[in-house]
Design a binder for this molecule. Structure first.
Ligand code: ADP
Length: 472
């Protein structure tokens, strides 16, 4: 297991150390090295020095390294899934799903790397030719959260190095081991020294600020909370560097009166409970048509209460621990707030005794002004609200500063699409509980972010367009 920093092709100690915990029992998994100012500076230097050569390599060369990383990752899925489960708390089945998703970014971007398009045209006036080409932006700082420690890392690293950028990865301090394992895979896949670097500045704020003010750093790709994203956008504005931001969500899950109730319950179990609810895509505000809400709520509460909550690596576990006691307590506080403002607890809502950061599957019925609906609950809590018309539910769904993803269940596709078009979010799932796909553009509207990751757009977050006008 890697526990050191990775700078300029070497695994090396940093300037301090912290423990990484198993949140399912609070035990220490291991100590990792933390980065100080000098280490961050060395990582920037390494990425900067590696850039000229790497950016000039043949796309096919970079693509084949990414393809090898994909093969290695798939062949080590069991080890990686166990590692994620240990430091993050999620169940092994979710962790395996994450590794397959994460590896797919290496494969998808190995394919995209060799297909970056340009353009050559005659100007309308006929006086010149318009030549448009795309070039790597340069040294990119990649900051990732703890909820998908593998997926969020590969979703950034793969397009970045595919585009010809060099990177500094800063994983969340709760889940650095997975990030280290991924960088280890990239090293074995043949990434040259300096192209990928990993640092764990602790505390993150001042050293991330230092890197964003370093003239050698040209790009920031961040996934995390809107609160921190806003701080980083301000920091990045000092040097006007490019930013992609995948921030918070508060996803509405809309069940229309003509929906197949059993399918909608099944979809909500995925949309709410994948990753134990710790996903920016997690269904957070459940809007169910009044005419079917009783049956829907009963069936959903039954499915939720039937889940096995246990340490992530235990056989049959369906809901693991939250990443930390602090995160678990945030979930409990939001449920308390919800009950204080009128929620009825249909199931769950009681924190278990004993070690581990567990919170049970919880279903609440609330009215549309309940406080919990304003927050992103990063856990297994589903507040259900009833509505009476399509117009009303569109309005309710849009009553949020977030706009990442929405879910719509209906028996009539045209109706579902009309609602999907009216909801202000970057993504909409119709009659499905999950739509994340490396081949599709992931990202949010409003305060859920800037830019898109994955799909055809993803590599463009690391490229800049150059126009060359040629006199002919
Ligand atoms: P989450 O709610 O998912 O924990 P955060 O926004 O707190 O999201 O964290 C996402 C990432 O941002 C993590 O890698 C974390 O270490 C980093 N981070 C947190 N605070 C700051 C900060 N002030 N400056 C830079 N990075 C930060």
């Amino acid at each position: 297991m890697r526990t050191n920093l990775y700078i300029d092709g070497h695994w090396r100690p940093g300037s301090g150390s912290v423990s990484v915990y198993d949140p399912s029992d609070g035990s220490v998994i291991t100590e990792i090295q933390t980065a100080g100012e000098k280490d961050c500076d060395a990582a920037v230097m390494a990425a900067f020095n590696a850039l000229p050569k790497w950016s000039k390599t043949a796309p096919r060369y970079r693509a084949e390294i990414l393809r090898s990383a994909y093969e290695i990752m798939i062949s080590e899925v069991d080890f990686l899934a166990e590692l994620i489960s240990r430091e993050n708390g999620k169940v092994v089945t979710d962790a395996k799903g994450e590794i397959l998703y994460a590896a797919e970014f290496f494969r998808w971007f190995s394919e995209e790397t060799v297909r970056v398009e340009g353009d050559f045209r005659k100007a309308p006036s006929g006086d010149k030719r318009i030549l448009v080409t795309r070039q790597p932006i340069g040294v990119s700082l990649l900051i990732t959260p703890w909820n998908f420690p593998a997926g969020m890392a590969t979703r950034k690293i793969a397009p970045a190095i595919g585009a010809g950028c060099t990177v500094i990865l800063k994983p969340a301090i709760e889940t650095p081991l997975t990030a280290m394992a991924i960088v280890d895979i990239l090293e074995r896949a043949g990434v040259p020294k300096g192209v990928v670097n990993l640092v764990t500045p602790t505390p993150a704020g001042p050293m991330v600020s230092q890197m964003l003010h370093d003239p050698r750093v040209m790009n920031l790709s961040f996934t995390g909370s809107t609160e921190v994203g806003r701080i980083l956008l301000k920091e990045a504005s000092d040097r006007v560097i490019r930013c992609s931001m995948e921030l918070g969500g508060n996803a509405p899950f809309v069940v229309l009166d003509d929906a197949n109730i059993d399918e909608a319950v099944k979809g909500l179990m995925v949309a709410k409970m994948r990753n134990g609810g710790a996903a920016c895509t997690a269904a957070n505000r459940i809007y169910v048509h009044k005419g079917i809400s009783k049956e829907f709520t009963e069936k959903f509460a039954k499915a939720m209460s039937g889940l096995k909550m246990a340490p992530g690596r235990e056989a049959g576990a369906q809901l693991g621990a939250s990443v930390s006691i602090k995160e678990r307590n945030k979930i409990a506080e939001l449920v308390e707030l919800s009950v204080k403002t009128g929620a009825i607890v249909e199931t769950g809502g009681i924190m278990p005794d004993g070690p581990g950061a567990f919170y049970p599957p919880t279903v609440l019925t609330v009215d549309k002004s309940n406080e919990i609906l304003k927050y992103e609950v990063f856990g297994p809590v589903a507040p259900i609200v009833t509505f009476e018309s399509d117009e009303e539910v569109i309005k309710l769904a849009n009553e949020s500063d977030f706009g990442l993803i929405s879910y719509v269940y209906s028996g009539e596709l045209g109706r579902a699409i009309r609602i999907a078009e009216a909801i202000d979010s970057g993504m909409v799932a119709i009659n499905r509980g999950m739509i994340s796909d490396p081949a599709a553009p992931f990202g949010g509207n409003k305060q859920s972010g800037l830019g898109r990751e994955g799909g055809f757009d993803g590599i463009h977050e690391f490229l800049q367009t150059k126009y060359i006008g040629v006199d002919i």
